[in-house]
Ligand binder design. Structure first.
Ligand code: HEC
Length: 211
């Protein structure tokens, strides 16, 4: 009896461990109580491998984008009948960004500050009545006067003369003073412009007072 008892104790654990490690019929999980063990451990592995696959795919995507720079087509390859061939209006809009209207800024502009801001202009311009032309024309009474005309026959560039027929109102002065080369490409006024809108308004306010 002790012998068979000993044999029983030894036999059962052996059969047990064999059942866990080497399932012959593929029913390992069901046999061990199934779903609960599957979800606590094996699901983690499944989820981890799915996530790993996603991350690898993402990193591969980013790397390949860095290696091969996708270049957008400059022209559409297939021209659809009736469709515009290029996006010209969009390109023009990007080239000449619209300035904010000057009128609201002019309403709170400071002529005194404007006068100080015109110190940079005085290398090339007088601002006095009957003042002589320098590198640029005298600017007395410039607001409301015709563009590129008069001033004792100042030799204006053809770039600015292209605007002949227009008058210097605050809005045009705003565009001109923001960037002379944008307003009149090729102008003789080699001045980078006043980037700050309120500063331009101050200058225009000062110019308005010169009459
Ligand atoms: C480096 C010299 C220079 C500076 C600095 C300069 N200008 Fe001029 N300006 C010119 C020249 C040259 C012209 C004539 C442009 C042309 O014919 O293309 C001109 C033209 C103008 C005109 C048009 C005159 C007209 O009768 O149509 C205005 C307005 C003007 N300048 C304002 C200014 C103001 C305001 C500043 C300062 C914020 C300034 N300029 C700074 C040289 C200069």
């Amino acid at each position: 009896m002790p012998g068979s008892s000993h044999g029983w104790k030894r036999d059962i654990p052996l059969g047990f461990s064999g059942g866990i490690r080497f399932p012959a019929d593929g029913s390992r999980w069901a046999w061990q109580g199934g779903v609960s063990l599957m979800s606590s451990f094996e699901w983690n592995k499944v989820i981890a491998s799915v996530l790993t696959a996603l991350i690898v795919a993402m990193v591969a995507g980013i790397l390949s984008n860095m290696l091969v720079e996708p270049r957008p087509l400059q022209k559409p390859v297939f021209l659809v009948a009736g469709a515009p061939a290029t996006s010209a209006p969009a390109e023009q809009a990007a080239a000449a960004p619209k300035l904010e209207p000057i009128a609201p800024l002019l309403a709170k502009a400071d002529a005194k500050k404007g006068e100080e801001d015109t110190r940079v202009c005085q290398v090339c311009h007088n601002f006095t009545k009957g003042g002589a032309n320098k590198i640029g024309p005298d600017l007395w009474g410039i607001v409301g006067s015709p563009i590129a005309e008069g001033h004792d026959n100042f030799a204006f560039s053809s770039a600015l003369e292209a605007h002949k027929g227009q008058k210097w109102d605050p809005e045009l002065l705003n565009q001109w003073l923001d960037n002379p080369q944008t307003f009149a490409p090729g102008t003789k006024m080699t001045f980078a412009g006043i980037p700050k809108a309120q500063e331009r308004a101050d200058v225009i306010k000062y110019l308005e007072g010169l009459k």
